[in-house]
Design a binder for this molecule. Structure first.
Ligand code: ARG
Length: 479
């Protein structure tokens, strides 16, 4: 009676206004509206192909949907919260535009398989953007690594100076992390490459539809295998968000180093003026706000993932309205991830590293103490004993306010008779790094080879082209 809802037949009263507002999802759904229209056009074309829709009805529907696409793109679409979600808004509008044929579009389809499709289409094109942003971060890190093969600095454990490394080696560690992230994105995209349309509300449809034809039209590799799984599954979101959370943790750790390194205490890195901000009160300040925000946004993305995991954990099969709460955290996580990576790439690219400050930190830090112990090992002294000897040498240096390199041979000999002049040359940081000439090590030859390999990976279409691309153009510029 008093309701224009498509399920109106069953009800004697209209939906309460509070309920209408509470259950509506159009603010979120705006972002899948073009995906929704795209899915509907593919569905309608298939319905016509199998004879469930006349050619006349199909062309009316397709014309109407194309007009809706144009309205959405021009931000002229008449959204109505009373129509709850994007699916019904589009259907109602289609009826206004083309009349009766619109009522046939929902044949062999439910909003449950429809929303699963829309979210996958959204995910696919946004993961392409994320993938591109990961490549940009890797490219920025590699660019700096190429410029700093011969810059040495202390490598840290416990944030205490440990052993000398090449700056390129340090930066390449992040290239590796973001490489794994890229693999995770590609993996997630590959697994979500199945069309759920045809799963219906939960049990498919009695009509002779062609699911693969729809999948082909939408660029999916195949179709989902179980209608109950497909209508209640949000693994594709969880996987992408897990990859997002891990990757944001990587970006956060990199950011933390930028914060530390750009401090006066470290002074290893200078941020470009365009990537730092000032203080409203303290005129001397140049703050690393971008890095700080990326660090904080990692918490937000972890929260988004947690929210969806908790939403899903108690749900019986198949679709439950709880699943409407999937998209806000999902969209937020993926967008935050993409935006954080895009700004990180630029921040790294525009930063300057201070070789002198790094060299000074090497001088002051006893970073070649392990070398001295390893030198004794080459003279058959057991490592444990050598370690203790060098520990005493360091204690002596500290009380005498000296660096290791300032010790004379006589002083060294007081701690162990095996020391000779060769030991003094051995503790040169450059030599220490060069001796670590093994796969994964920081020697020049190794680092140079890793840079070449990393560049080749970025240029390799098998590993770095986005095979699910180009849908961006088809669904407009929604970010
Ligand atoms: N707005 C809903 C969502 O986002 C669409 C699916 C609604 N299905 C339903 N049976 N009420 O999940």
């Amino acid at each position: 009676m008093a309701t224009d809802k498509p399920w109106g037949g069953r009800f004697e009263k209209p939906t309460d206004e509070l309920v209408e507002a509470f259950t509506a999802s159009i603010d979120t759904d705006r972002h899948i509206a073009l995906d929704d229209v795209r899915g509907s056009r593919a569905h309608a074309a298939m319905l016509a192909q199998v004879g469930l829709l006349s050619d006349a009805d199909h062309s009316a529907i397709d014309r109407g949907l194309d007009q809706i696409r144009a309205e959405l793109e021009a931000d002229r679409f008449p959204w109505n919260p009373a129509h709850e979600d994007v699916h019904m808004n589009v259907e109602v509008r289609l009826r206004e535009l083309v009349g009766e044929p619109a009522s046939r579009l929902h044949t062999a389809r439910s909003r449950n398989d429809q929303v699963g499709l829309d979210a996958r289409l959204w995910a696919r094109r946004h993961l392409g953007q994320v993938h591109g942003a990961l490549l940009a971060v890797q490219d920025a890190l590699l660019g700096q690594a190429e410029a700093h093969v011969d810059t040495l600095l202390p490598g840290y454990t416990h944030l205490q100076r440990g052993q000398p490394v090449r700056l390129a080696h340090h930066l390449l560690a992040y290239v590796e992390m973001f490489e794994r992230d890229r693999e995770r994105v590609r993996d997630a995209a590959r697994r979500m490459d199945q069309s759920p349309l045809g799963s219906g509300a939960l049990a498919g449809t009695p009509h002779p539809i062609d699911r693969q034809a729809v999948a082909d039209r939408l660029g999916f590799a195949g179709v989902t295998r179980n209608s109950m799984d497909a209508t209640g599954d949000r693994d594709f979101m969880l996987e992408a968000m897990s990859a997002a959370a891990i990757s944001m943790v990587h970006a956060s750790r990199l950011s933390e180093e930028v914060v530390l390194w750009s401090s006066a205490e470290f002074g290893f890195l200078r941020l470009d003026d365009g990537f730092a901000t000032g203080s409203s009160m303290m005129p001397q300040k140049k703050n690393p706000d971008v890095a700080e925000l990326v660090r904080a946004k990692s918490g937000r993305v972890i929260g988004d993932l947690t929210a969806l995991l908790v939403t899903l954990k108690g749900l019986p099969l198949t679709y439950n309205r709880d699943l409407q709460e999937d998209k806000p955290p999902f969209f937020d996580a993926i967008r935050t991830w993409r935006d954080s990576l895009e700004v990180t790439a630029r921040m790294i690219e525009t930063s300057t590293f201070d070789r002198d400050r790094m060299a000074r930190a090497l001088d002051e830090g006893f970073v070649t103490a392990t070398e001295l112990a390893d030198w004794l090992v080459t003279r058959q002294v057991p490592f444990r004993e050598a370690h203790a000897v060098v520990g005493r040498i360091v204690a002596h240096c500290l009380s005498a306010s000296k660096g290791l390199s300032e010790l004379s041979l006589e002083e060294l000999r007081r701690f162990h008779p095996a020391f000779d002049a060769d030991a003094l040359a051995w503790i040169d940081p450059e030599q220490a790094v060069e001796r670590r000439d093994l796969p994964g090590g920081p020697a020049r030859k190794q680092v140079a080879a890793r840079i070449v390999e990393a560049r080749a990976r970025l240029a390799d279409p098998e590993r770095s082209a986005w095979p699910w691309a180009s849908s961006d153009a088809e669904v407009g510029a929604d970010r």
